[in-house]
Design a protein around this ligand. Structure first.
Ligand SMILES: *Cc1c(COP(=O)(O)O)cnc(C)c1O
Length: 492
């Protein structure tokens, strides 16, 4: 399987293509684009039938095999077997089987054949769906580094979910260190405890005196020092990493196959969306031939994606226009994986994609509505890809959390609430709607308390997490001090 950049010039596409292992440890392509397969591998009805009975790990193996053709089959099977175990996804709730990894729960069955189903993706170590991909990434990185006898120092900034998922995936892994910056005293007590209570010698938590943007700026400044970056073997695990996206393709297959008994049955997915990583994996599953009816993007007040799917106008927000909401992991100003979909939408034309995303830099967006003065008219093709969208507000979130607790006896988190709200607006007769549960409620307890007047239940082992000893350093937003700290701890 060859990979191409979404910005590759038509003439360069063939010669610049790379294999899965080549792009595994990297981020952007050199031309600034994102990697995608040169063509999507296809699944047959016979394959889907055979896969219906597979365990999650075996299904992950079958799907990844189509994308990671340069990893020997036996190695890939060992990697997926080690990643997707009931011991790792042990936070399944009552009524869910941990061994299913992403168990389904039917919330509602209408007389007209409509079903509303929740797919749990948050039973991993950090109680958010990011574990689904990051746990695989940890094992893939360790495997690839051992082969090359190399090491990698992951350097990033987090406001919560991504940083903790990365640390729990990389802890104790040979050849890997994680330097994770977070804004000092700005994360919730639960999130802080989750990260800072890790005592592994390869995990370095750095609380920056400032806000998230200060931490993010430090990461950019250090990453722009290319000699330092090379010498210190610095890499990232951000949401554009291709292996993260592909790991997420698996649970769309699992969800579809578990919800159906034949491939003629129709299933749609509603996905709480921020950086468009999760739903992009749904798009890829659909392009591979999984019979997905609709892919519904649910946003919060930061409705960059909803605006595009309603109007064809992609308009990124300035930081000052980005709302801090009660579904904070979807508080984005632009959707960093969106370029992957646009590349497909404009007929896989790298020159066009490059021009459009350059316009995002210079003019803050682009317009594919086809109206006079627009940059194109491809918006009329969007329906063909199954995309729909909707948006939810803080008020909606509180109401949905209450309704779902009352009607189905289950407490959902704020991001999942955005998903359920939008899913209900997009139900169709005869179609099963699966909502992806992207976090467990315990992670966002402040809002649960507001909505229900009581605390969210914490999975076993998390009860007194705030009382555990914490390991972290506090540093000012000083780039030179940061470099010195990294160098002292890598020994390079
Ligand atoms: C990251 C995250 C999202 C958004 O996912 P994207 O892949 O960025 O669209 C939604 N919900 C939760 C809980 C998250 O952590």
């Amino acid at each position: 399987m060859q990979y191409v950049s979404t910005r590759a010039a038509a003439s360069a596409a063939a010669s610049s293509s790379q294999q899965f292992s080549d792009i595994l440890l990297g981020g952007l392509a050199v031309d600034g684009g994102l990697f995608l397969p040169a063509s999507y591998p296809q699944v047959t009805g016979a394959e889907l039938d055979a896969w219906r009975q597979l365990s999650y790990a075996d299904l992950a193996y079958e799907i990844l095999k189509k994308f990671a053709t340069d990893i020997p089959d036996a190695d890939l099977r060992a990697l997926t077997a080690k990643t997707y175990t009931k011991e790792v996804y042990k936070n399944a709730r009552q009524g869910e089987k941990a061994s299913q990894i992403t168990p389904l729960r039917v919330l509602e069955e209408g007389a007209n054949g409509t079903k509303l189903v929740l797919q749990a993706l948050s039973n991993g170590p950090t109680l958010a769906f990011k574990d689904m991909a990051m746990q695989l990434l940890g094992n893939l990185f360790e495997y690839a580094l051992a082969k090359q006898n190399a090491q990698l120092n992951i350097f990033g900034a987090t406001s919560g979910d991504t940083g903790s998922a990365a640390e729990y995936a990389m802890r104790g892994k040979k050849g890997i260190r994680v330097f994770m910056l977070s804004p000092h005293k700005k994360m919730s007590a639960f999130q802080t405890a989750q990260m800072f209570s890790l005592q592994d010698p390869n995990i370095f938590n750095i609380a920056i005196e400032g806000v998230f943007d200060d931490a993010q700026d430090m990461v950019k400044a250090v990453s722009n020092d290319l000699p330092f970056k090379a010498q210190q073997k610095i890499g990232t695990v951000n949401s554009i990493n291709w292996a993260r996206v592909v790991a997420q393709v698996v649970y769309y297959f699992r969800g579809y196959l578990s919800a159906t008994t034949s491939n003629d049955q129709k299933v749609s997915f509603t996905v709480p969306s921020g950086n468009f990583g999760n739903i992009c994996a749904g798009h890829i599953a659909r392009m591979m031939g999984l019979p997905i009816a609709k892919l519904v993007a649910a946003t919060n007040e930061n409705d960059v994606l909803d605006e595009f799917f309603r109007t064809g106008v992609y308009r990124v927000r300035k930081s000052a226009e980005t709302y801090h909401t009660s579904s904070p992991s979807m508080d984005i100003s632009k959707a960093s994986n969106f370029e992957r979909f646009i590349y497909d939408l404009v007929g896989r034309d790298g020159d066009r994609t490059r021009a459009l995303f350059q316009k995002v830099e210079t003019h803050g967006g682009f317009d594919l509505s086809g109206k006079p003065g627009a940059d194109g008219d491809e918006f009329k093709q969007v329906a063909k890809y199954g995309f729909k969208s909707g948006k939810s507000t803080h008020e909606d979130r509180l109401n949905t959390i209450r309704d779902v607790a009352d009607d189905y006896g289950i407490v959902i988190d704020t991001h999942t609430a955005d998903g359920i709200k939008v899913a209900r607006e997009n139900l169709e007769p005869g179609v099963t709607m699966i909502v992806l549960e992207t976090a467990l409620a315990a992670k966002f307890n402040e809002t649960i308390l507001d909505a229900l007047g009581e605390d969210a239940e914490r999975p076993e082992g998390f009860e007194n997490i705030e009382d555990l000893p914490q390991k972290f350093v506090v540093m000012p937003p000083d780039v030179e001090k940061m470099k010195a700290y990294i160098a002292a701890n890598t020994g390079l």
